[in-house]
Design a protein around this ligand. Structure first.
Ligand SMILES: [Zn+2]
Length: 391
């Protein structure tokens, strides 16, 4: 009798467990990664990544005769990935939009294709509107017979071709951004120049006030670009990049929307032999790295997380005491001191990291660094938006 009762209880418990498991299975939220077929009518799976054509695919050799001992290694590791239709360098005129085009409204519905804005840095710079007219002569770096704008446009068009193959809607934008331009990702493509010809590598910067979506986009691009090109990272992010005019929606009309995830991308140095060889000879790899980064972001981001699109904002700060305040290169007491700010200075916090704020010193826009939160206090004044910069 006791055994029967125990047995029956055991059976009941088992049935209960099975029931709970079934309920969990039914109620389980859908997986985050979804196929592109839900977004567009294309049959290409978005999880696939761009792969160079056989002709464009570089071998693992160094592309140049660099005078330094560091030889760039090109990893054709994109070949191991699922293959898309062969990318073509043919320019598709329909992807070029002019500033007159009406920006996409926000928020978009779930069945709207993922939209990407690719800005070819300095392209048609002379057409900057009145509010940005002081940038009309900002033609960027140039080496030999190739201008930076020409390089940037070539890369932007290649990336556009790749992204269109996976069903994304792409706008190739000139230096002038349509007012309040709204997209799911905005990447401004630039190439660096320096008097120091050994300076090399690529770098990315998010807007001065960064959303977690912008940071995510930047991280995804960094991983895929390093893999597709083998180019080294350059850690010297400049204030000019963070304060890029196209991000400065607080001061200008011809900028991205506040909620558009954005990155400014310096693809390498035109003034460095190795970087230039990579950019000139393996442009398709450069483009694949950028396209794969955007696709990685697409595959990882949560379209329902609207909060991720909002940049953090903090009140204006001033030093707590009358002592000059140290600005550090990183959020650590041990980090290098990059500036000392006077007690009457004002600080605009850009982001926080535990006990630290990343700040820009108002009116000294070239200085971006970190201060301890317990060394500053809120001040009731309106921060001045930064000036327009174009690296
Ligand atoms: Zn540039």
């Amino acid at each position: 009798m006791v055994r029967h009762v125990l047995l029956r209880r055991k059976i009941l418990l088992s049935l209960l467990a099975v029931g709970i498991a079934l309920v969990i299975l039914v109620l389980r939220p859908p997986a985050l990664n979804f196929a592109i077929s839900e977004v567009t009518p294309t049959s290409q799976p978005l999880a696939g990544r761009a792969t160079p054509t056989a002709d464009d695919r570089p071998v693992t050799s160094t592309p140049s005769t660099d005078e330094t001992s560091t030889t760039p290694t090109i990893h054709p590791s994109v070949t191991a990935l699922p293959t898309l239709a062969a990318p073509t360098a043919t320019f598709i005129p329909t992807i070029v939009v002019t500033p007159e085009i009406v920006p996409t409204p926000t928020p978009r519905s779930a069945d709207t294709p993922f939209r990407v804005g690719l800005q070819a840095g300095h392209w048609k710079i002379a057409e900057q509107p009145e509010e940005l007219k002081r940038l009309r002569t900002s033609t960027g770096a140039s080496v030999g017979d190739r201008s930076e704008a020409e390089v940037n446009l070539d890369i932007a068009r290649r990336v556009a071709t790749l992204l269109q193959q996976v069903g994304m809607v792409v706008d190739v934008l000139p230096a002038t951004v349509p007012p309040d331009y709204d997209a799911d990702a905005f990447v401004s493509i630039h190439a660096d120049g320096s008097k120091n010809t050994s300076a090399r590598g690529f770098k990315l910067a998010t807007p001065w006030r960064t959303s977690s979506a912008s940071q995510h986009l930047s991280d995804a691009l960094e991983i895929e670009y390093a893999e597709a090109t083998g180019l080294p990272r350059d850690s010297r992010i400049t204030a000019n990049m963070r304060l890029y005019y196209a991000f400065n929606y607080e001061r200008y009309e011809h900028t991205i929307a506040k909620t558009t995830p954005a990155v400014i991308f310096e693809i390498g140095f035109l003034t460095n032999t190795s970087d230039r060889a990579m950019i000139n000879n393996y442009a398709e790899n450069i483009a694949i790295g950028i396209a794969n980064g955007i696709i990685r972001y697409y595959n990882e981001y949560d379209p329902n997380n609207g909060a991720a699109l909002l940049p953090q904002e903090f009140p204006l700060q001033r030093p707590l005491t009358n002592e000059p305040l140290d600005i550090h290169a990183a959020p650590s007491n041990d980090a290098r001191t990059i500036a000392s700010m006077a007690a009457d200075s004002r600080l605009i916090p850009l982001q926080e990291n535990d006990d630290w704020y990343e700040v820009v010193i108002q009116e000294e826009w070239h200085i971006i660094g970190w201060v301890r939160k317990d060394q500053v206090t809120v001040t009731i004044e309106t921060p001045t938006p930064p000036p327009a910069n174009d690296p």
